[in-house]
Design a protein around this ligand. Structure first.
Ligand SMILES: *Cc1c(COP(=O)(O)O)cnc(C)c1O
Length: 371
C-alpha cells in the first residue's frame, strides 16, 4: 500500500481548533457592515502591541508594505545605505528598493542562516542609515550585537519579523528591539491571516503616527492629507481572524519546536546532512526546518517519490534575480548565500504534524543516504 502524502504544510489542525470561533468572528464583521479601519483592527493593534510589549502597532496590507513604511518612517531615502542580509526572501530587498536607498548585502552565518554580525562593521560607511536584520526561518538574529553596532554608529534598526512571530532573543521578543519593526501575516507565516496582512510595531509614537497616515493615503484626518501615502490597510475580517489566532500563537510555536527537536534527533549524523543550529540565546520558533546537503536535488526527488513534499528557501538569492540585474552583483559575489541556495532543503513542519510523519521522513532520508 502506498503511504499517504505528507504535504509541506497543512493548516488543517490550526483551522479545526479555531474554526467555530473564526466563523463567528467573520459573521460578526459581516453583520457590522464595517470592513476597513474599524473596531477589529483597533483591537488587534492593541492586542498585538501588548503581545510584543511594544507601545504601538499599526495594521497594514502586507509584509512588504510594512517593511517599506518602516524604512520610510525612519526617513530612509535615495542616497542612504541600508545593511541587509544577502540571504533572505526577496521582499526584504524590495522594501529598500522602494525607498530609493542603496542595498548593502551582508553574508549569512552558515549555521544559523541569519546575517553574520561579525561582517556588519565592515559594511558600514558614512552613508549607512539603517540595519535591517531578518529573523530567518523563525530564529532570532543576534540582537545584542546588532543593537550595539547600531548605537555605536547612530543607525536605525528595522527588524523583518515576518518569519518569527513569538521568537525571542534572550528575554525579549523579536520585533521589539528595533526602532520600527515589520511583520507579515501571509497565510503560511507562524501567525497567518486568511489572506494578505501585515503590521508595524514601534516604541515611538511619531513613527507609529507616520505609518498610520501613510497606510491611508497620507491622511491625518478625514480629507486632510499631510503627505503622499498609499493604500495599505489591514482589513476588519483579517484583524478579527488574527485576534483569535494570536491567542494560540505561543502554543503553536511550542508544537513547532517539538517537531523540530524530533527532526534533530532523527537526522543526527545521517549522510552529509548539516542540521540547523540554534544560538543558545535564541528561542527558535521554526517557521521552517531547513537542512543542508550536497545531494539536495536528488534527496528532494527521492522524498517526492515517497510522497513527501519539500521546498527550497530560496533557490535564487535576491542578488542573482533578473529584477536586480541593474545592481550588477556577480555570481560568486556572495558565496555563502549561493551555497545555501544550492544545498538547502526545507522539510515539512506545521503545528499538529505527528511524530509518525517526522519518523517516516527521517526513515526515508536514512534510506536515501544508505543506498
Ligand atoms: C513573507 C515575508 C515578507 C513579505 O511579506 P508579504 O506579506 O508576503 O508581503 C518579507 N520578509 C520575509 C522574511 C518574509 O518571509
Amino acid at each position: 500500500m502506498n503511504n499517504p502524502r505528507i504535504p509541506f504544510l497543512s493548516l488543517d489542525l490550526q483551522h479545526n481548533t479555531v474554526k467555530q470561533e473564526i466563523q463567528a468572528a467573520i459573521q460578526r464583521v459581516y453583520d457590522s457592515n464595517w470592513f476597513i479601519l474599524g473596531k477589529e483592527v483597533e483591537a488587534f493593534e492593541k492586542e498585538y502591541a501588548a503581545y510584543n510589549k511594544m507601545s504601538f502597532c499599526v495594521g497594514v496590507g502586507n509584509g512588504l508594505d510594512a517593511l517599506t513604511m518602516s524604512l520610510l518612517a525612519c526617513g530612509i531615502e535615495t542616497g542612504d545605505e541600508v545593511i541587509v542580509p544577502a540571504h533572505t526572501y526577496l521582499a526584504t530587498w524590495l522594501a529598500i528598493t522602494r525607498t530609493g536607498a542603496t542595498i548593502v548585502p551582508v553574508e549569512p552565518d552558515e549555521n544559523t542562516f541569519n546575517i553574520d554580525v561579525s561582517r556588519i562593521e565592515a559594511a558600514i560607511t558614512a552613508r549607512t542609515k539603517a540595519i535591517l536584520p531578518v529573523h530567518l526561518y523563525g530564529q532570532a538574529c543576534d540582537m545584542t550585537a546588532i543593537m550595539e553596532q547600531a548605537e555605536q554608529h547612530n543607525l536605525f534598526v528595522i527588524e523583518d519579523n515576518a518569519q518569527a512571530q513569538g521568537a525571542r532573543w534572550l528575554q525579549n521578543l523579536t520585533g521589539s528591539f528595533g526602532h520600527v519593526n515589520a511583520t507579515s501575516f501571509y497565510p503560511t507565516k507562524n501567525l497567518g491571516a486568511l489572506g494578505d496582512g501585515g503590521a508595524v510595531t514601534t516604541p515611538n509614537e511619531d513613527k507609529a503616527q507616520f505609518v498610520k497616515q501613510f497606510r491611508n493615503y497620507g491622511l491625518a484626518e478625514k480629507n486632510i492629507a499631510v503627505r503622499s501615502g498609499i493604500n495599505s490597510r489591514l482589513d476588519e475580517v483579517q484583524a478579527a481572524v488574527l485576534r483569535i489566532k494570536l491567542k494560540h500563537l505561543d502554543e503553536w510555536n511550542e508544537q513547532r519546536r517539538q517537531i523540530a527537536s524530533l527532526y534533530l534527533e532523527q537526522l543526527n549524523g545521517i549522510g552529509d546532512i548539516v542540521l540547523p543550529l540554534s544560538d543558545k540565546e535564541a528561542y527558535h520558533v521554526y517557521h521552517l526546518f531547513v537542512i543542508r546537503t550536497e545531494h539536495r536535488d536528488r534527496l528532494q526527488k527521492h522524498l517526492a517519490n515517497a510522497a513527501i513534499e519539500t521546498m527550497i528557501h530560496y533557490p535564487i538569492p535576491p542578488h542573482l534575480q533578473q529584477s536586480y540585474s541593474g545592481l550588477h552583483f556577480k555570481k560568486g559575489e556572495f558565496p555563502l548565500t549561493e551555497k545555501i541556495a544550492n544545498t538547502s532543503l526545507s522539510l515539512p513542519l506545521w503545528p499538529g504534524m505527528t511524530s509518525a510523519d517526522v519518523e517516516r521522513i527521517g526513515d526515508e532520508i536514512k534510506v536515501f543516504f544508505l543506498r
